[in-house]
Design a protein around this ligand. Sequence first.
Ligand SMILES: [Zn+2]
Length: 485
Amino acid sequence: MNINAIQSVLIYRQSAFQNILPAKSVLKHNFVLQSQPSCDTVSFKRAPSQYGSPFVHDPRELELHCACCNKKMIPNSKVQKFMDKTVYFPAYIALDRIKHEQNFRLKEQPVYMQRAYSFIKNEANKHKNLNMDELMQTERVINYRHNNPKDQSKALTELRDRCRNVTHSIDYLVTEIEKLNPNFQSTENTVFQDLKMYAKIYPTESISNILTSPEIREEYLIKLQNKQNSKLNKINYLIPQLSPQYAKRANRALAQSFKIFNNESSDILHKRQRVIDLFEKALEPMPFEKPTDRAVADLIMKRLESLPDSKNDANAFIVKFGPRGSNNLVEVLVKRLRNTKEHVKPQHREGDNGISDKKNYIYLCGKCNHERKTQRYDEFIEKHPQMPENTQKQINEICDYINNGVLEGYDTWPNDIKEPLGDESEGLIIIDTGRLNLEQAKQNRALKLQQYVENKKHTAQEQDTLMTGPYRRHGKRKNAVNVAK
Ligand SMILES: [Zn+2]
């Protein structure tokens, strides 16, 4: 989980979103909006810029297929750029829009907020290409937060969270996502199809307003509850197979679970995990009375794993992310397609830390990367039996990029990664690097470099020709002054 995800943020009343529903809309909006940064992605650092080189130096910037699910991934920086420039508004606009969209009345705010607002608005006007998150990373804003009282700094965080919720219409966002040509996994695809449907009915509305309108939300909640209940009912049949002592405990957990899913408010989070925890505790070894108890207990736990969650179920996804703001929902959706580096030997496995080095990386989509966490590959492959084959496909893809002179600095990588993959998977992933052709790579790189240098020369010459216009005179005059000095 990244730091952003830990910051639980601002909750404010939705009275702000008036006057933006289309006439035919039946949506009523009296819900609580939570602004929370996307919290189902691993902390994926941005890939470095490739500027000033004819080569790619990081496979996250290539069009690759996920080594686990084989879905086409979107280059890392392309996703970031999409979020920064297409989804989020520039700060100078967002700071205006919170006033009427979120009922943010500056005059009624405490002095520290007024000061913070006027400072950040001024900065935003100076940097009209930056959104609020980018602006917060500029030196002046960092210094401001450092040198002013705490509440002024906190006010900036609140303004950032408010700006994150300023959103485009569903129609715009769906169209822009479509332009990325996304190759979604099935859960995300179902969510996206639903969004497309709503975009036709309520094109000017925001995603969040649609998904949190009482009628629509209710529909998703009921469907989700039905799925949850049907999973629990299946466990009901298994319980009598346990010895009485366990059965009693399991029955108590089951009754509690039904209550959690059906009686608690839909705003309460982590219901699924709480249910799993309840059963885990109930079925703890006591020790077992009958030898079959462990097997039945394992089966129950396995059934519980298939309870719908926001990763395996579109309904659960919408219930979870709908209230968190349109931009957040789009971010989660798109970041699941992002090309991310995956530590073959995990970075944070207790007593067994993998290194942060390309010799320990393969490339997974955001979703698979998040799902794997620190599991051993042999366990992970049980759930994703196609992974060995898809890893080989990725090795082939990267070998081709090396051979074609596109990727530089990875000549030894295919052979370096062989051993970690074999080790981590207990021999299930044995890759073949026969496709690598370093002689060809060398030739293609030389060719590419030559073309690049020629292009540069050509551009320089073109600029030189341009300089015969008024610019040239300027240049000459400047030189003349310099000489005179
Ligand atoms: Zn994947």
